[in-house]
Design a protein around this ligand. Structure first.
Ligand SMILES: Nc1ncnc2c1ncn2[C@@H]1O[C@H](COP(=O)(O)OP(=O)(O)O)[C@@H](O)[C@H]1O
Ligand SMILES: [Mg+2]
Length: 597
C-alpha cells in the first residue's frame, strides 16, 4: 500500500479505531472459546472416564483437577465437565455479542467519517476539477467503493485475529496430540488455500466487471429519469426501453455466468475439506486401534479439523479481497488527493467598487486552443458593461475568470479590480462581494424561499420579498398556493425556465454586492419582464458595477458601454449609439432584431 493511502486509512479510522480493536479482541476471544471446548471433551473422555495417564497435561489443569479431588473423583461428577462446556459457550456468546455491536458501531462510524471527509473535500475542489469529472463516477466512488472498503475492514480485517487463533491453536493442539496424524490432516490445507486464492483472483475481475456494468445501468436509468421530457417529446420510449433492456440483459447475464464458477468453487472446496476430514477419520481410527492415540484425542482432533475449514477458506479469500479493497482505496484516494481550491498568497480584502480592468487577457481550457485572445477593456466602477457575442465566443468563460473559477496563467495578462490583481484578492471575499447569475441556473430541491436565501443564512422575509420583487418574481410566487414555501421539485421542474432564471436572479440580488454579473440570465424571460427587471435593478443598485451578457439589443442598449466579443477577441467597444453607426457586427444584429420587432 502506498504511504499516502496508509495515512488516508489512518485518518479514516480516527474515532473508530478503538471500537475496531474491541471487536477484533472479542472475536479473538470467541475463537479461543471454540478452541477450548474440544480440550474439555478430551480430558473428560480420557482422564476422567478413561483413567488415562494425566502426566502429559499442563500443570494448571492437573492442579485444577486436584481441587475437585483428582481425575478419578471427577469421573463421578461428569456433569462438571458439561458445566464447563456451557460456561465456555456462554463466554463465547457474550464475546460474539460484543463483537457484533462493536463491529457495526465501528464500521458505521468509519463510513460516516469517510463520507464526511469526502463531502467536505469535494465541495472545496476547484470548479475546473468538477467540470472534468463525471458526477456518476464520483458518486460510485463515494458509495460502492466505500462499501467495499467497509466490508473489507469490518469483515476481513477484524476477522484476522480470529483466523490466526483458530488456525494457530488448531494446528498447535493437533501437533501436540499426534504429530503424524497432524501432518496427514494438514496435507490438503495448502491446496485449499492455493485453490481459494487462485479462484478469488480469477473471479474478482468478473466481480469488477459486474460492478462497472451496474454503474452503466444506473447511469442509464438516471439519465432517462432526468431527461424524461426529451424521451417523451421525441417518442423515444420504445428505443430507450430497448437500450435499457439490452444492458439489463447483459448485466444479468454477467451474474448468471458467475453462478457456475462460484458453485464449482464451493463444491470443490467442500470436497477438499471433506477429504481432510476423511483422512483424519480413517488414519485417526487406525492410530486409535493401534493404541497410539486415545479416544479423547481422536474426538478433539476431529473437532479441530472441522473448526479449521472456515479459516483456511477465508485466508485465500482475504488475500484476494485485499487487492479489491486496494482498488477501492485507490479510487477514493483519487478524490481525496485532488487539490482543494487554494488561495496561495491571496489575502487582500479591498473594497470592490473600483474599476474592473482586463489587461491583455488570454485564456484557453486545458485541452483546447486559445479561446480568449488579448482581451483588454475597463469597466468603470459603478457603470454597466453589456457583452454581446455569438455562442462559443467566450462570454461565459470571461465571467468564470472574473469569479476566479479559473485562474490565468502568469504570462497571459491580468484582471484587476480597483487596481488590485485578482490573484491577490481573497477568493471567498471576492465571491462574497460579487453576485453572479450563471447561464444555467441551478435550483435545489428546496422551497423557493430557501433557494433565494441560499446566499445568506440570516435573510429576513422582507429581504427575500424585495429581491423577488426586483427579479419580477414576487407576483408569480404569490400566485402559488404556498407562496415562497412552494417546493421546487427535483431540478426545479415545477418552475418554467424563465421562473427559474428569475429565482436565480433574486438569489443574487438578496445580497447587496458592489459587483453584479448576469450571464445571459434573462434569455428565457419575455422582453417586457426583462425591461422591468433592468429598471428595478438600475434604481436599486445604482452604485453597483454590472456586467450584463445578453443576446438582446434591447437589454444591452442602456449599458454605459457595450463589448462585442467575436471568437474571443474584442471586436467592438462603445455605446449603443456609437456601435449602431459603426457598421460592424453590432449594427447588423441591431438591424436584424429591429426588423423582427
Ligand atoms: N470546461 C471547458 N473545457 C473545455 N472547453 C470549454 C469548457 N467550457 C467551455 N468550453 C469551450 O469554450 C468555448 C467558449 O465557451 P463559452 O465561454 O461558454 O462561450 P459563450 O458563453 O460565449 O457561449 C466553447 O467553444 C466551449 O466549447
Ligand atoms: Mg455562455
Amino acid at each position: 500500500m502506498k504511504q499516502n493511502h496508509y495515512n488516508l486509512l489512518k485518518r479514516f479510522l480516527q474515532g473508530s479505531k478503538a471500537l475496531f480493536l474491541l471487536s477484533m479482541t472479542a472475536s479473538g476471544i470467541s475463537a479461543l472459546c471454540d478452541m477450548i471446548s474440544p480440550q474439555i471433551v478430551r480430558v473428560a473422555l480420557d482422564q476422567a472416564l478413561g483413567g488415562a495417564d494425566a502426566s502429559g497435561l499442563p500443570v494448571w489443569v492437573r492442579n485444577l483437577a486436584l481441587q475437585f479431588g483428582g481425575f478419578d473423583a471427577l469421573g463421578e461428577k461428569i456433569w462438571l465437565f458439561a458445566m464447563a462446556i456451557v460456561l465456555v459457550a456462554l463466554l463465547k456468546a457474550a464475546a460474539q455479542y460484543i463483537f457484533r455491536v462493536a463491529n457495526t458501531a465501528a464500521s458505521e462510524r468509519m463510513v460516516k467519517t469517510v463520507r464526511d471527509s469526502l463531502f467536505a473535500h469535494i465541495v472545496r475542489l476547484p470548479f475546473a476539477w468538477h467540470m472534468k469529472h463525471k458526477t456518476g463516477d464520483m458518486i460510485q466512488r463515494c458509495t460502492s467503493d466505500l462499501e467495499t472498503l467497509k466490508n473489507f475492514i469490518s469483515e476481513q480485517m477484524t476477522g484476522i485475529l480470529r483466523i490466526l487463533i483458530l488456525l494457530g491453536f488448531s494446528i498447535g493442539f493437533m501437533f501436540s496430540m499426534n504429530t503424524r496424524l497432524a501432518m496427514i490432516a494438514l496435507t490438503p490445507v495448502p491446496i485449499i488455500i492455493a485453490y481459494s486464492l487462485y479462484f478469488h483472483r480469477k473471479i474478482s475481475e468478473a466481480f469488477l466487471n459486474c460492478d462497472e456494468n451496474e454503474g452503466v445501468l444506473s447511469t442509464m436509468a438516471q439519465e432517462n429519469l432526468a431527461g424524461v421530457r426529451v424521451v417523451r417529446a421525441f417518442g423515444r420510449e420504445r428505443s430507450e426501453r430497448d437500450r435499457f433492456e439490452a444492458q439489463n440483459e447483459y448485466y444479468t447475464g454477467l451474474w448468471m455466468k458467475l453462478a457456475k464458477p462460484l458453485a464449482a468453487f464451493w463444491s470443490t472446496g467442500d470436497i477438499l475439506s471433506g477429504t481432510q476430514i476423511l483422512l483424519t477419520v480413517c488414519f485417526g481410527a487406525v492410530f486409535c486401534i493401534r493404541g497410539e492415540m486415545t479416544a479423547g484425542e481422536y474426538i478433539a482432533f476431529l473437532s479441530y479439523c472441522a473448526l479449521m475449514i472456515w479459516p483456511v477458506r477465508m485466508l485465500g479469500r482475504m488475500i484476494s479481497e485485499m487487492s479489491k479493497a486496494g482498488v477501492s482505496i485507490d479510487r477514493i484516494a483519487y478524490i481525496m488527493d485532488a487539490e482543494e481550491e487554494t488561495d496561495s498568497g491571496a489575502h487582500l480584502t479591498p473594497e470592490l467598487n473600483g474599476d474592473i480592468e482586463f489587461r491583455d487577457v488570454s485564456f484557453s481550457y486545458e485541452s483546447g486552443q486559445e479561446l480568449l485572445q488579448n482581451l483588454s477593456f475597463t469597466i468603470r466602477g459603478g457603470s454597466t458593461l453589456g457583452i454581446l457575442g455569438g455562442t462559443g465566443s467566450g462570454k461565459s468563460t470571461l465571467v468564470l475568470l472574473l469569479s476566479k473559477f479559473y485562474t490565468l496563467s502568469p504570462d497571459s495578462g491580468s484582471i484587476r479590480i480597483g487596481g488590485i490583481d485578482l490573484t491577490d484578492i481573497d477568493t471567498a471575499w471576492l465571491r462574497k462581494n460579487m453576485s453572479v447569475v450563471l447561464q444555467e441556473p441551478f435550483l435545489f430541491s428546496r422551497s423557493i424561499r430557501d433557494n433565494i436565501a441560499i446566499t445568506s443564512d440570516d435573510a429576513e422575509d422582507e429581504q427575500i420579498r424585495t429581491a423577488a420583487r426586483i427579479a419580477a418574481l414576487e407576483e408569480t410566487v404569490d400566485a402559488f398556493p404556498k407562496g415562497f414555501d412552494t417546493f421546487v421539485g427535483e431540478r426545479g421542474v415545477t418552475l418554467s425556465g424563465g421562473q427559474k432564471q428569475r429565482t436565480a436572479i433574486a438569489r443574487a440580488l438578496i445580497r447587496n454586492t458592489p459587483i453584479l454579473v448576469f450571464d445571459d440570465s434573462l434569455s428565457a424571460v419575455d422582453t417586457e419582464t426583462d425591461a422591468r427587471i433592468r429598471a428595478a435593478l438600475r434604481e436599486r443598485f445604482r452604485n453597483a458595477t454590472v456586467v450584463l451578457v445578453s443576446h438582446r439589443i434591447t437589454s444591452l442598449k442602456n449599458a454605459d458601454q457595450i463589448l462585442v466579443l467575436d471568437s474571443g477577441r474584442v471586436a467592438e467597444l462603445g455605446t449603443h449609439e456609437e456601435l449602431c453607426k459603426a457598421g460592424g457586427l453590432y449594427q447588423r444584429i441591431c438591424e436584424i432584431q429591429e426588423e423582427a420587432v
